[in-house]
Each structure stands twice: as C-alpha cells, then as structure tokens.
Design a protein around this ligand. Structure first.
Ligand code: 6R9
Length: 661
C-alpha cells in the first residue's frame, strides 16, 4: 500500500467530520448554518412565499406571475409562476449588457488542441445568439417547434441552445457519443423540425465523423426539414441539397442581423426536452419549462457554488447532459459569471489536462464526476503537482455516489485540505441540485450528499411508505413540488405518472436508495430500478437488452450493472444464443459492436457471459438480483431462490462466471 493510500485509509477510519472553511465565509452568499435553517424552515412553512421571493430576486420577468403555484400531484400537474412571462436568453444575456458585464467573458472555450481557445464576452455571445436565432427563423423555426442538437462541446452548442430559447423553440440535445439509432429514436419521439450537428468530433487527438451518423438517423426522420452543420473536424461530409447547410455560411449571410427580438414566453412554456433512461426500454423525454427551471437553476448555482462575479466556473460535464444544461450554461450565465467549456477529455494528451486548464484560466470553481476523479487517482498524484491549483476555492461532485476514497483524494490533492467539496445529488428530472452541502456552512462527511436545499422536502421511506428510522436504508422521496421539477414525459402523461408518482401517492419517487444518519445527512446508495450508472451516465438495462436481442444470433439477454473501479458500474450481459448459433470470440466482438452501434460506446458491455438459460421465476420474470450477484462474483448467498423455475440454472452460470475470472 502506498503512503497516500495509507493516509486516506487512516483518515477514513477516523470517521471525521470536516468543518467548512472559514476563509471566504464572510463573502459567501450563505454565511451560517442558522441562515440555512431559517431559509429551510421558511421554504417548508410557506413554500409559495419562499419561491416568490427567490423568483423575484433572481429572474428578470417581462410580466410578473398571477399565482406562484398550481399543483395537483394526483394527476400529476404542477405549474409554477402561473401567468408570468419571461425570456431565458434575455436573462442569460441582455440583462448583463446594461450593467458592467458587457465586456466580461461569458464563455471561455478550451478546444481539444491546446491552442484552440475562444473567449466570448456577453456582448459577443448576445450577438452570435441573435444571429443564429435569425438563421433558425429563416429556416421556419417558430415558438414551440422542437430543435434537435447533436454536437460536440463547441461554442456553437451553447449558441444554438440560447438561440432556441430566444425564439421560444424547444431544444433537445442528444449527446454526440450516442449512435445514429439513438439519435433517430429521440428525433422521432419529439418530431424535431431542425437538426444541428457537426462534420465530426475531435477526441483523443482523432477526428471522428458525426455528420455520417446524423445522415443515417435522418433517413427515417421525416419531421426534419433542415440540418445545420458546424465545421469542426475538417471531415468531408455529404450535404443533401435542399436540406443541409453550413453554420458558417448561414451566419455570414447579409440578411442575418445581430439583433433578434426575444419571444416573451409563459413561465410554463416548454423550455427543453432531455432524454434519459428509466426502467422501461424507451428513453423518457423529460420536459422542463421556462420560469421554474430558470429560477431553480439560478437559486442552486448561487447557493451551492456560491457563484460570484469574479468566479471562473468550470463544470466538466458535456452539454448533452442535464449537468451541462444547468451548470455550464443556464446557471452561470443567468448569474452573469464566466463559464468554462472544455471540448476534450481528462486523459488526453496526458492525465494532467484538467489541472493544466485550472492553472491556465485560474479556475475558481471545479465541478466534476467521481468517475473522472477515480480515473485520475489511478494515474498518480504527481500529475496534480505539476500545476498551480491555488486559484481553486470550491470543488464539486455529481453523477453517482462518490466513494469516500475518491472524496479523500479530491480533498487532499486538489483541495489541499482547505476547500469544501459539494457532493450534489440530483437528476435530469429535478432540473437542479436537490441535496448538497452549502460550501462555507455545512460540515462535511466524506461520501454523504449531506442536507436538502431549501424547498426540498426530502425523506427516506420504507416499502410501506412510512418514514424510515435513522440509518435505515429505504427509498429517497421528495414530498413537495419545487420549481425545477420535470413537468412531464414528452407525449406521455401516463409514463409521467407511472414512473414518478406511482409508488407513493402524491410523492415524487426518484428511484434512488438512500439512508439518513443521526445528523439528518443523506447517504445515497444508488438506483433502485433497472438503471446502470456507467461513469455517471444512466443506461437502461432494457435498452441494452433489446439492442442485444435485435441481433439475429441472440435469443434472450439480461444486462446488469457490475461494480467497476473507475466507471462505478460496468455493463455485464448474460446472453442466450439461438440454437443454431455458436459461441465464439468473433460473435462476442460482434455483439459488443452491435450494442455500440445501437446505443453508443458507453453502453458497450464490458463482459458478455454465454448463458444456456437465465434464472427465472415460475411466472417468467428474470431474477436480476441473482444475476447482479453472479456478475459481481459474489456467490455467497443468493437469498431466497425457491421461486425459481429451475434452480440448476444458477449453478451453471456460477461455474461459467468463475471460469471468466
Ligand atoms: C445530475 C445527474 C441521476 C442519477 C440519480 C442518482 C445518480 C447523481 C449523485 C448521484 C449519488 C450524487 N446521482 N448525483 N448519486 N450521489 N451526488 O447525474 O442526472 O444523469 O439524470 O442521473 O444519478 O442515482 O438518480 P442524471
């Protein structure tokens, strides 16, 4: 064991509580635990009064709301700031032009090549956003139309999102790591009118085609009338006459002005759709609306990141995920801060890339995922020592539970035992952070997301719907509506109700397991549904299974999560072949490639185990509990197997698993 590991292990064994830093507290937005407690009590006793205050303080409204909240969770139907009118791009751009921020950096973009840097001031960003909004208008995009966005992390992505909000069009970003098939099904589900993509993606020093996947998807997307293509990777692409056009050509057209009148939107008008995995096969189009989402993104960015005017805020997520939406784009820009956007990966060209960027731009707030921390941890601490990290004042974590070892490493080597770590629990569906420490106020326990933010009525419920006792594991639930909550699943009110409000009547169910300790701190324990969390990305087991079964040689498949030292979880698939098919390494490679193509590289199974059959109950349900244990090589106790139709199946799988090592 190395010295560092030694230190981490012994510190953890102490079960120590880490007090919040005193330095910086005087300038913090929230300065004391009492302030937190008071706000929390206010938000619980008078939610409407509390949120009205926040919305008034944080958001610029064209017209104030008539009613703060209309809510019936039994339908469910939730409306915040009813009758209020606003425009999101005005809140992120125009309102900063009339104060001192006009010439301040809004976005600092670091491309994958070191010398590729672009800085947009608020004025420049405003002008670009207006121009692109005018381009979209020219293409016939109107308020309410859906625009699909399939782009790498280039500034055009931020511009495209904001341009949609200028017109009141609904954006739906699809992560550029997803396949053509995944893009196609999302576009089809939301009937997007326009697709914005790029020729390719720069990744790990290589140029990877993207437009080719877009073309493949568009073969069966009749709703898409126009495809705008950003030139990024100098890859030759086919441009379809009458449908495809280049971003740079459109933007430089003579009739494209740098002013575009913003649409005044209703608070409850749809702002964006973002697809996420759930327990059933098809991804859910999570719907967020304008007034509530913005209020919540700004409120949480201010409280949790203590965001100030002189901060350089770096959230390392991709804009294709909710974390990017709320904490690269809308939160920081709405508050008039400087946000850093990074196109590359932590490991290229070397594992010190993150720290080099921190020094280069004097990053003050750094928000990343446990999977990245674990990967960097493996590369050794010397990489962190090459660069000056003294500009940092606050660290954050998101995406999955952070294991205490990774927390300690982050605390010791990046935070130098001085900086607060905000471990933020939330979801695509919640719009913004729900449970997290306040950086200068909350005492920290490594591995705990700590306490709910004001307005968040979080609790742990038993199966029977009673509140669990301290330290008893159960279902995390949220009992009151909050402004950032999802307003629906696009096109499917039934799924909205079934997925989130079915287990406990009138209560939001995030499908996460957790416990609350004697101090009221929340400790997250992972998903309770059939979702696998690979590197902080949610993957539905059903999606992976249907991709596998779509292959002609596969009769049946079951995918489960398996513990993985860096990714948190990896995909482990049990595959039963058709009787005519033969097990082979070629077929194995083909199946992995097949899943990659159907969903994307992040869904590729790490392990595929040939299963002559799967353990099933007499009613035909696959016993995933058993498969999860087999995947983890945990053969000690399979619990009650009496309902299995054929218990011998389990022994056979255990033998094969042991051979795999
Ligand atoms: C923001 C985001 C949501 C799921 C969520 C939970 C897990 C996220 C976490 C965390 C423990 C944290 N999760 N943050 N678990 N501690 N700090 O990641 O959204 O992609 O929708 O994933 O991620 O299981 O339910 P999303």
């Amino acid at each position: 064991m190395s010295g560092m590991e030694d230190k981490i292990t012994s510190l953890l064994a102490e079960g120590k509580v880490y007090p919040p830093p005193e330095q910086g507290r005087d300038q913090a937005w929230v300065k004391s635990m009492d302030e937190y407690k008071e706000a929390y009590a206010h938000s619980m006793n008078d939610p409407e009064g509390y949120w009205a205050q926040r919305a008034e303080e944080l958001v610029t409204w064209d017209k104030k709301w008539d009613r703060v909240l209309e809510c019936d969770l039994s339908i469910p139907e939730v409306k915040w700031f009813v009758g209020g009118k606003l425009n999101l791009s005005v809140n992120c751009l125009d309102r900063h032009l009339i104060n001192d921020r006009r010439n301040k950096a809004a976005i600092i973009w670091q491309g994958e090549p070191e010398d590729d840097v672009r800085v947009y001031t608020y004025q420049m960003l405003h002008d670009e956003v207006c121009r692109f909004a005018n381009v979209l208008k020219k293409k016939g995009v109107k308020r309410g139309d859906r625009v699909a966005i399939y782009l790498p992390m280039v500034p055009e992505m931020a511009i495209a999102l904001l341009a949609c909000t200028r017109l009141g069009a609904v954006h739906s970003v699809v992560f550029a790591g997803f396949s053509a098939a995944a893009l196609q099904s999302r576009i089809e589900d939301c009937h997007a009118k326009v697709l914005i993509t790029a020729d390719g993606v720069l990744r790990g020093g290589k140029a990877i085609p993207l437009k080719a996947s877009a073309d493949e998807a568009l073969l069966s997307c009749p709703s898409v009338e126009c495809c705008v293509v950003v030139r990024r990777a100098a890859i030759d692409v086919e441009m379809k006459e009458g449908r495809d056009c280049w971003w740079h050509r459109e933007m430089s057209a003579k009739d494209i002005s740098s002013f575009c009148e913003p649409e005044s939107m209703d608070a409850e008008d749809m702002l964006f759709i973002l697809y996420t995995s759930g327990s059933t096969g098809k991804p859910k189009g999570v719907v967020h609306t304008t007034g509530g989402y913005l209020t919540y993104a700004l409120h949480t960015a201010k409280w949790v990141f203590d965001l100030k005017d002189n901060d350089i805020h770096w959230c390392t997520a991709d804009l294709g995920w909710i974390t990017g939406h709320s904490y690269i784009l809308y939160g920081p820009l709405g508050l008039g801060a400087t946000t850093l956007m990074f196109e590359g990966v932590p490991s290229y060209p070397s594992p010190d890339r993150f720290w080099k960027i921190v020094e280069k731009f004097k990053v003050s707030i750094f928000y990343t995922a446990p999977t990245a921390i674990r990967a960097l941890m493996r590369e050794g601490v010397e990489h962190t020592r090459k660069w000056d990290l003294s500009s940092l004042r606050l660290l954050g974590s998101v995406g999955e539970p952070i294991n205490p070892e990774a927390w300690m490493w982050y605390y010791l080597h990046i935070g130098k035992e001085k900086l607060p770590i905000v471990d933020t629990w939330w979801q695509t569906e919640t719009g913004g952070i729900m449970i997290a420490p306040l950086p200068y106020v909350t005492p920290l326990k490594p591995g705990a997301a700590t306490l709910p933010l004001p307005g968040v009525d979080a609790a742990i419920f038993t199966e029977e719907g009673k509140e669990a006792s301290p330290n008893e594991g159960g279902h995390l639930v949220i009992r009151k509506p909050w402004p950032g909550m999802l307003r629906g699943v696009f096109g499917s009110p039934e799924r909205y109700k079934k997925a989130y409000f079915d287990r406990y009547p009138n209560i939001y169910d995030p499908e996460d397991g957790a416990r609350r300790d004697e101090d009221g701190y929340f400790w997250m324990m992972g998903r309770l549904d059939d979702v696998i969390n690979v590197s902080g990305h949610r993957l539905g087991t059903a999606e992976i299974e249907s991709a596998l079964v779509a292959h002609e040689a596969v009769a049946e498949a079951a995918a489960v999560g398996m513990p993985h030292p860096v990714k948190g979880q990896a995909v482990f698939a049990f595959v039963t072949l058709m009787s005519w098919a033969e097990e082979s390494d070629e077929l194995l490679a083909e199946l992995r490639q097949h899943v990659r193509k159907e969903i994307g590289p992040i869904a590729t199974p790490d392990v595929i185990l040939w299963a002559p059959s799967l353990p099933k109950t007499r009613s035909g349900k696959i016993m995933r509990r058993i498969l999860r244990k087999i995947a983890a090589s945990d053969f000690a106790d399979f619990g009650d197997t009496s309902t299995l139709a054929d218990p011998s199946v389990v022994d056979e799988l255990v033998d094969t698993r042991k051979k795999l090592g």
